[in-house]
Design a protein around this ligand. Structure first.
Ligand SMILES: Cc1ncc(C[n+]2csc(CCOP(=O)(O)OP(=O)(O)O)c2C)c(N)n1
Length: 630
C-alpha cells in the first residue's frame, strides 16, 4: 500500500513513508522534471510512487522499455538542463552500463540521479551484486542513506551535487531500506522553471569540437577529487570520537542503523568511537583517517561486499598500520548475505568482549511450528501461465515423444515458477531475454530447445535476440507467456498494455506484429485457457522449420480477479461421485485451489481460491470438475 502523504505540499510535516517513497519524494522536492525507470524489486515502488505524483508537480514519469532506455531518457533531459532521475534494481544497471559509462565521461548538465536498489541476500533476485563497484569503475559518486529520512534528503542533495560537478550521482539503497517505513519530515517542493535548452557547448561535437569532448578522463578525475573534498565535510556523515576509545565502528549506509541499534542495546553507545558513513565513493579519506588514527581496532558494517573495508584497509596502511580491521574480509562477518540486527549485534558483543548476543533470538514456539508447513513455490490460482505450460508439455510429448528431448530455456518473470513441481518444465533461466539468445546457440549445435519468455521480458530484451534468430537462420521455437502486464514486480504496464505509467492512453504495440516485423513468418496467438486450441498451436509450432512463435495471451489472474471484483465467475467444484482419485489434476496441473482429501480419497477445490478459469475441468479425464451452479 503506497502512502498518500508522500505528495503533501506541507514542509516540516512528519509523515510515515517507505524508503522508496522517500526517494521519490526527494526527487519531487528537488524539482525533478523527467523520471524514468524499469520495474524490479526492490526498486519498483520508486516508480509506482512517481507515476502517481509526477503529473501533479509538472514532471514526467515513465516505465521505459528497459533500464538502458530509462537511463538514456534521463540523460537526454539532463543534457537539456532538466533534472532527471532514473531508478532500477541492481542488475538493471548491467543493462544500462554502456550509456552510464559515457554519461559520466561526457558529464551531465541538469542534475542526473541514478538510484540503484541492491538486494543483499538476493531476496528477489537471481544474484547479489554490489553496484558500488560499477559506480567506482564509472567514476560516479555514491550516497548511501541509512534510513528513509536520509533517503529523501540524500536524493534531493544528489541533484545539487550532480549539477555542481556535472556527474551522474548514485543513490544506493538496499532492500530493507527500500521497504522499511519510518517518519520522514517533508521539505519544500522546488518547482524548477528552467528553460529546456540543449547544452551545445557541453555535448555537441559539432559546436564544441571532437577533441574537447572526446578525451575527458583527466577532467573526470578532477571532478572526483572535488566530490571527495565535498564529502570530507558532508552533513550526511557523522564522526563521534572523544579520544581514548580503543574500538571504533563504521556503519555504511543502512548498516549504520543496525550498528547504532546494537550499540544502544549493548550499552556501548558512548564507549565506542563511530562513524556514520553515507558517502562511500569517493571515500572522504581525511574524515575516515581521524577515526583510524584514534582506535586500535575497527569494525566495518556494510551491505554486500567489503567495498569500504577494502578502501579503508589501503588507507590504514598509511595512517595506522597496526590497526586491526574487522569486517567481511577478516572473517568477523559473513562474506556473503545480508547483515541484520543479529549478525551486527553479535559481532559487536563479541568484539567488545561481552560475548553475549545482543538481540534475543526469535524462537518459534513448538506448537506454532507444528501448524506451519513447507509451501512450494507456485503460480497463482487461475494463472494462465500454468495452462500454457500444461498444454505445451502435452504437445512436446506428442511431437517429440519425450519431455527430455527439448531443453526449455525459461526467462525472468512469474512463469519462471513453472520449473517447480508439479509442472517441472523449465530447465534454464538466466537474465532478461536470455531464453531467446541461448536457444539459438543450442539449436545451432543440433540441440532442440524452446524459448519460454514473458511479454514484459520480450519487450525488455527479447526483440534483438529474435531479430538475430531470423537473420542468422536459427531454428528456434518461441513461446510468449503474455499475461498483458509485468506481473512479478507489481503489475506495471508495458508497450502492449495500452496505457502509460501516468495513466494516459497509449498505442498498443502487439507482440505478434513486432515478431512479424522482425521477420518471423509463423506466429500464432492463442488463449491458453482453451487447452485444445493451445495444444494444437504448440504442435504446429514444434513441427515448423525455422523460427516459429506462439503468443499465449490471457490476462494475469490476479489482475483479472481485481477487474472482476466484486463479481467474479462462479468457482468450479469436484463432483465426488465422478472423481476416481487419479490425482491427475494435482500431479500434472497443480492449481493451488486444488487439494487432496485423504478421508474421501478424492480431489477437492477451495472455492474461495478458485477464480473460475475452468482449465482444471479440461484436465480431468473423468469430467468430474464442473462449475458451481449460481
Ligand atoms: C535486468 C532486470 N530488470 C528487471 C528485473 C526485474 N524483473 C523480474 S521479473 C520481471 C517481470 C517480467 O515480466 P513478464 O516477462 O511480463 O512476466 P510476468 O511476471 O508478467 O509473468 C522483472 C521486470 C530483472 N530481473 N532484471
Amino acid at each position: 500500500m503506497l502512502s498518500h502523504s508522500v505528495a503533501l505540499d506541507e514542509p516540516r510535516k512528519a509523515v510515515l513513508l517507505m524508503g522508496n517513497e522517500a526517494i521519490a519524494r526527494g526527487a519531487i522536492e528537488a524539482g525533478v522534471s523527467v523520471a524514468a525507470s524499469y520495474p524490479g524489486t526492490p526498486a519498483s515502488e520508486i516508480g509506482d510512487t512517481l507515476c502517481r505524483m509526477a503529473g501533479r508537480f509538472g514532471a514526467h514519469f515513465e516505465w521505459s522499455s528497459n533500464e538502458k532506455v530509462a537511463f538514456e531518457v534521463a540523460f537526454g533531459a539532463s543534457m537539456c538542463n532538466q533534472r532527471s532521475l532514473v531508478s532500477m534494481k541492481h542488475v538493471g544497471l548491467n543493462v544500462a552500463l554502456d550509456i552510464l559509462n559515457l554519461a559520466s565521461l561526457r558529464g551531465v548538465k541538469g542534475g542526473l540521479v541514478l538510484v540503484s536498489a541492491d538486494d543483499p541476500s538476493q531476496h528477489s533476485s537471481g544474484q547479489e551484486q554490489d553496484n558500488r563497484w560499477l559506480a567506482k569503475i564509472n567514476c560516479i559518486p555514491v550516497l548511501e542513506p541509512s534510513n528513509p529520512q536520509d533517503a529523501k534528503d540524500c536524493t534531493r542533495y544528489a541533484f545539487e551535487l550532480s549539477e555542481k560537478v556535472r556527474l551522474p550521482v548514485m543513490v544506493r539503497t538496499v532492500t530493507r531500506l527500500s521497504h522499511m517505513r519510518s517518519d520522514v519530515t517533508l521539505g519544500p517542493i522546488e518547482r524548477q522553471r528552467r528553460k529546456a535548452e540543449f547544452d551545445w557547448e557541453g555535448f555537441s561535437y559539432r559546436v564544441a569540437g571532437f577533441e574537447r569532448l572526446f578525451r575527458r578522463e583527466k577532467e573526470l578525475n578532477e571532478k572526483l577529487d572535488r566530490v571527495q573534498g565535498e564529502f570530507e565535510g558532508s552533513v550526511f556523515n557523522g564522526l563521534k570520537i572523544d579520544g581514548g576509545e580503543s574500538l571504533g565502528v563504521i556503519g555504511v549506509g543502512f548498516s549504520f542503523s543496525y550498528a547504532i541499534d546494537a550499540l544502544r542495546k549493548l550499552g556501548l553507545e558512548n564507549k565506542l568511537a563511530r562513524l556514520k558513513l553515507m558517502t562511500s565513493h569517493p571515500l572522504p579519506t581525511r574524515l575516515v583517517s581521524r577515526l583510524l588514527k584514534g582506535v586500535d581496532q575497527l569494525m566495518i558494517f556494510e551491505e554486500v561486499d567489503p567495498f569500504v573495508e577494502l578502501h579503508v584497509k589501503a588507507l590504514a596502511k598509511d595512517v595506522n598500520p597496526s590497526l586491526e580491521i574487522c569486517g567481511r574480509m577478516s572473517g568477523h562477518l559473513p562474506k556473503e548475505g545480508e547483515l541484520g540486527p543479529m549478525i551486527v549485534g553479535d559481532a559487536l558483543a563479541k568484539l567488545s568482549g561481552m560475548g553475549r548476543p545482543c538481540v534475543p533470538r526469535l524462537e518459534l514456539d513448538a506448537r506454532v511450528r507444528q501448524t506451519l508447513f513447507d509451501r512450494m513455490l507456485t503460480l497463482c490460482a487461475g494463472c494462465p501461465h500454468r495452462a500454457t505450460v500444461y498444454a505445451l508439455k502435452e504437445s512436446v510429448k506428442k511431437v517429440k515423444g519425450d519431455l527430455r528431448s527439448v531443453v526449455v530455456n525459461g526467462d525472468i518473470g512469474c512463469y519462471g515458477l513453472a520449473h517447480a513441481p508439479p509442472l517441472s518444465f523449465e530447465d534454464t533461466y538466466f537474465c532478461m531475454g536470455a531464453s531467446v539468445g541461448v536457444s539459438q546457440g543450442m539449436s545451432q549445435v543440433g540441440v532442440d530447445s524452446i524459448a519460454f519468455i514473458g511479454d514484459g521480458t520480450f519487450f525488455h530484451a527479447g526483440i534483438p535476440a529474435l531479430i538475430n534468430a531470423v537473420y542468422n537462420r536459427h531454428n528456434i521455437k518461441v513461446v510468449v507467456a503474455d499475461n498483458q502486464t509485468i506481473a512479478m514486480t507489481g503489475f506495471q504496464p508495458h508497450p502492449e498494455s495500452g496505457r502509460t505509467a501516468m495513466g494516459s492512453e497509449a498505442k498498443r504495440i502487439m507482440i505478434e506484429d513486432v515478431a512479424k516485423a522482425c521477420g518471423v513468418d509463423s506466429v500464432e496467438v492463442i488463449d491458453p485457457y482453451d487447452l485444445d486450441e493451445a495444444e494444437d498451436a504448440f504442435t504446429r509450432m514444434l513441427k515448423t522449420d525455422g523460427v516459429a512463435m506462439v503468443v499465449a495471451r490471457r490476462m494475469c489472474a490476479t489482475e483479472a480477479v481485481r477487474e472482476m471484483r466484486p463479481r467474479r465467475p462462479a468457482p468450479f467444484r469436484v463432483d465426488p461421485e465422478l472423481c476416481i482419485g487419479c490425482k491427475l489434476c494435482l500431479s500434472a496441473f497443480g492449481c493451488p485451489s486444488l487439494s487432496w482429501v485423504d478421508d474421501d480419497a478424492k480431489a477437492s477445490i477451495d472455492e474461495t481460491l478458485c477464480m473460475g478459469c475452468g482449465v482444471c475441468s479440461q484436465v480431468c479425464p473423468q469430467e468430474a470438475i464442473g462449475r458451481v451452479a449460481k
